[in-house]
Design a protein around this ligand. Structure first.
Ligand code: SF4
Length: 472
């Protein structure tokens, strides 16, 4: 009987990749994945610490399991990821029935830690060193990039994959917990990344998304040779079978000209950039310690658009950061209004204990003001997204078909061959259309007949069969 594993993941793509790899390693150790905690012998939560809400969700999920653990003490409950690194022993204090706490730099230990728990060795805790606890080298060593061999059956879609190219962050934006919980910035060797991408391509993967907290800061030096992200993209571009290359998330100050030119010149690289601005106010940017001014950001955007006119740019914004006035907020609205982002992810500031902003500034913008600013900014962005999507109506776009649309999945439309499908354009626009299950994983031409702020609607273009065929 295989042991039954349930895993729940919150947070960013880095966490999704970590969960994929943890599941793959546990499958090799004899576990089978199940779709509910009730059916599982081992329940893992891969957690996020970026916002309070994400942590509250996990603590409530743990609370709900207290009863199940009492009835079945052999059930193993584990907390992985950023919250595990941040809260460490406190998790055992708040939920004493948790068996396992593992930080993101120690995920490779999970199979052996679970084996120890099964042998009766009690609660297991494995986390990396605190950022001030030792020398940089020792801290780096305690955060291991977790990139074991890939297993195509583990990916949500076998033709798309994330590949980690760096871990950690050294930017220390004042609101952000990532540098503490994910450790120092460390780039992976290009040879390792290329070998992984080759293996993925051999297994039928068409699209690779390179991951890093500040992915465009990637830099790897060895034997007097330095590889930048642009060099890496050039080498990955040569791999046969890969049709699309993407990378997230970019840091505005590191958007160098060589990278912009690589995006322009390498057709497999998506003309899509996610470059979080966070605020349009210099006062806020300086409090956030983002390391650039709004003028720098505008200059970067102008450079990108001048070189790649059809590029789609997306951004992140924090509203209601400590001390944000109506004037500061208006400057953010102005930046969104003029920048014509494809879309923006807008967040209300959430104070994180242990960050500089939590120590230095009071979280003084009331919740209702944060909410209003969030809604206002979203409305400005959504109007722009719709305006920019409408000119695509009547045009043909190439789409990588990802799978059934949310509607089709909700209707459990699994039996028939015909169903509503969803895919993405090269510049990351979502397209919904009717198609055939066999088209999943293919690149297809789609004629767009309608659009709103978030989605393009289209139909598959069936090529005209010329009269010469009939004359045969
Ligand atoms: S760049 Fe700033 S916001 Fe992004 S992960 Fe690093 S510290 Fe956090």
């Amino acid at each position: 009987m295989p042991k039954r594993l349930y895993i729940e993941t919150v947070g960013c793509q880095m966490n999704m990749l970590d969960s994929e790899l943890v599941v793959a390693s546990l499958r090799k150790a004899g576990y089978a994945l199940v779709d509910s905690p009730a059916k599982a012998d081992t329940i893992l939560f891969n957690t996020c610490s970026v916002r309070q809400h994400a942590e509250d969700k996990i603590y409530s999920a743990l609370g709900r399991l207290k009863h199940a653990k009492k009835h079945n003490p052999n059930k193993i409950i584990g907390v992985l990821g950023c919250m595990a690194q941040k809260d460490q022993k406190q998790i055992f204090e708040r939920a004493p029935y948790v068996d396992l706490v593992v930080g993101p730099g120690q995920l490779h230990q999970i199979p052996s830690l679970l084996a120890r728990i099964e042998q009766g060795d009690g609660q297991q805790l494995e986390v990396s060193l605190d950022r001030k606890a030792a020398s940089r080298e020792e801290i780096e060593r305690s955060f291991e990039s977790y990139d074991p061999l890939r297993d195509p059956a583990m990916r949500p879609t076998p033709f798309q994959a994330f590949v980690r190219i760096m871990i950690g962050c050294d930017k220390f934006c004042t609101y952000c917990i990532v540098p503490s919980v994910r450790g120092p910035e460390q780039s992976r060797a290009p040879e390792e990344i290329i070998a992984e991408a080759r293996q993925l391509a051999d297994e039928g993967c068409r699209e690779i998304t390179l991951l890093g907290q500040t992915v465009n800061s990637y830099k790897y030096s060895s034997g007097g040779v330095t590889t930048r992200l642009s060099d890496l993209l050039e080498r990955l571009h040569e791999i046969e079978g890969i049709a699309r290359l993407k990378f997230v998330t970019n840091y505005p100050k590191d958007m160098s000209d060589d990278l912009i030119l690589a995006i322009r010149d390498l057709p497999k690289v998506s003309r899509y950039l996610h470059v979080p601005a966070q605020s349009g106010s210099n006062r806020m940017l300086s409090r956030m310690k983002r390391g650039y001014t709004v003028e720098d950001y505008r200059e970067m955007l102008a450079r990108v658009r001048a070189t790649i006119p059809d590029v789609a740019v997306t951004s992140d914004f924090i509203v209601g950061f400590c001390g944000e006035t109506e004037d500061d907020f208006q400057e953010t609205v102005d930046l969104v209004g003029e920048s014509r982002f494809k879309n923006s992810f807008i967040f209300k500031y959430s104070e994180r204990p242990g960050t500089k902003s939590a120590q230095l500034f009071p979280d003084d913008v009331p919740e209702d003001v944060k909410r209003r600013r969030n809604n206002e900014l979203l409305a400005v962005q959504n109007a722009i997204s719709e305006e920019d999507n409408l000119p695509l109506v009547g045009r043909e776009v190439e789409v990588l078909v990802e799978g059934p649309s949310k509607n089709a999945a909700r209707r459990h439309d699994h039996d028939g061959e015909q169903l509503q499908l969803v895919g993405r354009t090269h510049c990351d626009r979502i397209v919904v259309f009717d198609g055939n299950r066999r088209q999943i994983g293919q690149l297809l031409p789609i004629a767009v007949y309608d659009a709103n702020a978030f989605t393009l609607f289209g139909s598959v273009v069936t090529r005209h069969v010329g009269p010469e065929v009939y004359s045969l």
